[in-house]
Design a protein around this ligand. Structure first.
Ligand code: IPM
Ligand code: MG
Length: 355
């Protein structure tokens, strides 16, 4: 089983190192190959997604990804910015189905900014379409460079677009996920304003006919953002487009105590996947040893389950994470009174020990 390991920038290198520690402790035959991506790759090779990194990712059974981005690249033309690396990987590999489970571990109920009774027992699954929408529509504007030059302009625009097949395939993913859970899907759109969203809603209704055992309801994205903090446990599977999913999954992460807890899986039609924490590169805390590696460690568990057919190993990791939380070990983002503060590396070591 070949895994491409792409740590990236900021805290990416620290958290991925802990996930690698955990993977290596499982006693599986794993071949881990590291490569540069994002700002780190730009520094070394002049491009955030060098050909060699893309080739490695394409040839691997799965990709373990850290995070990309740093404010110091803000002035670069868009095609060279670190974010293009992850967007490029998603597009090149066709990773259209992004699973972002938001589970509140009972030990962390007190770490969330929401009242404990709102989030205790929370277990929702956000399914975000990942290769379409305004992220990949035609952009125009000040940041679009020709030959490295920024043409002056006082207008910027991006086009939001979805095609029926793109919506159909993510709808099938969502309905099938719901069949394995509570049998409910909430589709989030902005059909009261956007044509793209009206198509989204129409297609969701069409595909739902194939799944009579699943109940579908629809919610406008502004209302969904509100309901997520008002009564999050009313949701089960949430399916939405790329931009709304980006925003709602960050919001949902805080229901779990910290964005440092939220793993993700991005799959293509062949089951090949990229696994990454839902959080970013957090350059403000990089190198301090305080980042929470659990989202990445839990992403590695998702990788074992979805791409490497090692469900048992995945369960072992998840149980080990529960155990360290029960032991009271906390990185600063999830710290509360009476717990033990640990560093990034100590958290990784504790998970290995629990394994
Ligand atoms: C995410 C991130 C990315 C996104 C960025 C880094 C391009 O925020 O994975 O949620 O917007 O999709
Ligand atoms: Mg995001």
């Amino acid at each position: 089983m070949k895994i491409a390991v792409l740590p990236g920038d900021g805290i990416g290198t620290e958290i991925v190192a802990e996930a690698v520690k955990v993977l290596s402790a499982l006693g599986l035959q794993l071949e881990l190959e590291h490569a540069l991506v994002g700002g780190a790759a730009y520094e070394a090779h002049g491009h955030p997604l060098p050909e060699s990194t893309l080739t490695l990712a394409q040839s691997a059974d799965a990709i373990l990804f850290g995070a990309v981005g740093d404010w110091k690249y803000d002035a670069l033309e868009r095609s060279l910015r670190p974010e293009q690396a992850i967007l490029g990987l998603r597009k090149h590999l066709g990773l259209f189905a992004n699973f972002r489970p938001a589970i509140c571990h009972e030990q962390l109920v007190g770490a969330s900014s929401l009242k404990p009774e709102l989030i205790a027992g929370l277990d929702i699954l956000i399914i975000r379409e990942l290769t379409g929408d305004i992220y990949f529509g035609q952009p125009r504007g000040r940041r679009v460079a020709t030959d490295g030059h920024f043409p002056g302009s006082d207008e910027g625009f991006d086009t939001m677009r979805y095609s029926r097949p793109e919506i159909e395939r993510i709808a099938h993913v969502a309905f099938q996920a719901a069949q394995k859970r509570s049998g409910r899907v909430t589709s989030v759109d902005k059909a009261n304003v956007l044509e793209t969203s009206q198509l989204w809603r129409d297609v969701m209704i069409d595909v739902a006919r194939h799944y009579p055992d699943v109940a579908l309801d629809h919610m406008y994205v502004d209302n969904a953002a509100m309901q997520l903090v008002r009564a999050p446990k009313k949701f089960d599977v949430v399916v939405t487009g790329n931009l709304f999913g980006d925003i709602l999954s960050d919001e949902a992460s805080m229901l779990t105590g910290s964005i440092g807890m939220l793993p993700s899986a991005s799959l293509n039609a062949n089951g090949q996947g990229l696994y990454e924490p839902s959080h970013g590169s957090a350059p403000d805390i990089a190198g301090k040893g305080i980042a929470n590696p659990l989202a990445t460690i839990l992403s590695a568990a998702m990788m074992l389950r979805f791409s490497l057919n090692q469900a048992q190993a995945a369960e072992r990791i998840e149980a080990a994470v529960k155990k360290v939380l029960t032991q009271g070990l906390r990185t600063p983002d999830i710290y509360s009174d009476g717990c033990t503060r640990v560093s990034t590396a100590q958290m990784g070591d504790a998970v290995v020990h629990a394994l």
